[in-house]
Design a protein around this ligand. Structure first.
Ligand code: EPZ
Length: 421
């Protein structure tokens, strides 16, 4: 298995181009199933999860063509299958996002239950209840969600009990082809949902309430082809912003969108980093000043994102004081804590809060993590640490960060990928 070797201590200076957002691109890809016409997506990041989703869409008759230069075309003239098999779903939970589109287009979908994962139990009950409210009949059989809607789906008001990004996306897509009007109450407001609404509208859907927690969709009999550019990745932006701050460097993040990263940049600034919002990008730097401890709590958008919690914890682990980091979205998202501890961090977890007492410096060590964001937090820690850090299980990073080592290396990081057996 490959690993990443980092010799820490170099302040990172340079420019990094921000890629398209993985968590926007994946639901956009599933939305292409809603039409029999071709849909072109540009600014699609080159990631393992994108290839897995293309492989999954092929199961339903979609011709997914990588046209190069981060551009893909998806064409599903006819749905030829409705089963999302366990072997693909277990690799990538976002597979469950085919449920709404398949059901809406064909009246049937059979999607493997994703099961728990490294960060929590992650049930899909809200997806299921919402689709049932739209008229679907759903049975759980042999580990599969078997959904049928022989008479089609019908619009209604769905109030989601918990803010869920995926359930909001699934229901938006299903409602786009339902009969009548659907109102989604307590909808997630993440920018990736705004991006999905933009594509759906370009495909002919009628949607009101973008950016709010009450989305109204007027169902259409059919949608048509469209072309759409994926939004910049706000989590990648935040991750490289932390790379600048943690190493005492100076990085220009080109293509980053100011409007969607405020909750990430605000605590970074409070910790002592300078942030300049420029035309076409964001510059993040930290001079000789030390890092101040800043408390954060993860929340649905527009709050501080759970997908930045591990990276921010790596930064706080070398602050001059202490910071309380509270995770409210997932119940098991502190898997990076013991690994940061192996590098010398002083972190104590009580229930959903981690008390991080800053240490003078981290020390390189062999580490590994069980999910994408935890893995990248160890890379960040390694960049700041004294000595050599070996981050194992690199496949997590390949799922969500496009050309990670290349981007960091261009800013002066001493980082390389080592092939294992
Ligand atoms: C999305 O996951 C992201 N994935 C996650 O990013 C991200 O951490 C998460 O949203 C929260 O922002 C993609 O966009 C592909 P949720 P999702 O449904 O949609 C509970 C990464 O690292 N819940 O908003 O699966 C759930 O257990 C990944 O890129 C239910 O109880 O998250 C959680 O506690 C990891 N029942 C909370 O809601 C349900 O039916 C929020 O989850 C659905 C969710």
């Amino acid at each position: 298995m490959d690993s990443i070797l980092i010799r820490g201590g170099n302040p990172l200076r340079g420019t990094i181009q921000i890629s398209g957002a993985k968590n926007a691109a994946l639901p956009l890809m599933t939305a292409t199933l809603l039409t029999d016409e071709p849909v072109t997506l540009t600014n699609v990041p080159a990631l393992a999860d994108i290839r897995t989703m293309a492989e999954l869409l092929a199961e339903f008759g979609c011709k997914a063509e990588d046209q190069g230069n981060n551009s893909w075309q998806f064409n599903t003239p006819e749905i030829t299958g409705t089963v999302a098999p366990y072997d693909i779903v277990r690799k990538m939970r976002a597979s469950v996002l085919v449920l709404g589109p398949l059901l809406a287009r064909t009246g049937e979908a059979k999607v493997s239950l994703p099961g728990g994962c490294a960060i929590g139990t992650r049930p899909v009950n809200i997806h299921i209840q919402g689709l049932e409210a739209l008229g679907a009949e759903i049975e759980i059989e042999g580990g599969y969600i078997h959904a049928t809607a022989p008479r089609g789906l019908t619009g209604t008001t769905v109030t989601m009990p918990v803010v869920s990004v995926g359930a909001t996306e699934n229901l938006l897509m299903a409602a786009a082809l339902a009969e009548g009007t659907t109102v989604l109450e307590n909808a997630a407001r993440e920018p990736e949902i705004g991006d999905l609404i933009d594509l759906l509208v370009a495909m002919g859907a009628v949607v009101a309430g973008r950016g709010t927690d009450r989305i109204t969709i007027t169902g259409q009999p059919a949608l048509h082809g469209a072309a759409h550019r994926v939004i910049p990745d706000r989590i990648e932006t935040g991750t490289f912003a932390v790379a600048a701050a943690i190493t005492g460097g100076d990085i220009l993040l080109t293509g980053a969108d100011h409007d969607i990263v405020e909750a990430i940049l605000a605590p970074l600034q409070r910790s002592g980093a300078s942030v300049d919002l420029l035309e076409g990008g964001i510059r993040v730097r930290r001079d000789g000043a030390g890092i101040l401890g800043v408390d954060v709590m993860t929340e649905p958008y527009p709050g501080f994102p759970t997908d930045m919690q591990a990276q921010f914890m790596a930064l706080m682990s070398i602050s001059h004081s202490a910071a309380m980091i509270t995770e409210t979205i997932f119940e098991n998202r502190f898997m990076h804590v013991p690994e940061l501890g192996r590098m010398g961090a002083d972190i104590t977890v009580h229930d959903s809060s981690a008390m991080v007492r800053g240490v003078r410096r981290l020390k390189g060590a062999p580490v590994m993590a069980t999910d994408l964001r935890a893995s990248v937090s160890l890379v960040l820690a390694g960049l700041a640490a004294e000595g050599e850090t070996q981050v194992n299980r690199v496949y997590h990073l390949d799922r969500g960060y496009e050309r990670l080592e290349e981007k960091l290396k261009a800013c002066g990081a001493d980082i390389e990928r080592v092939s294992g057996n």
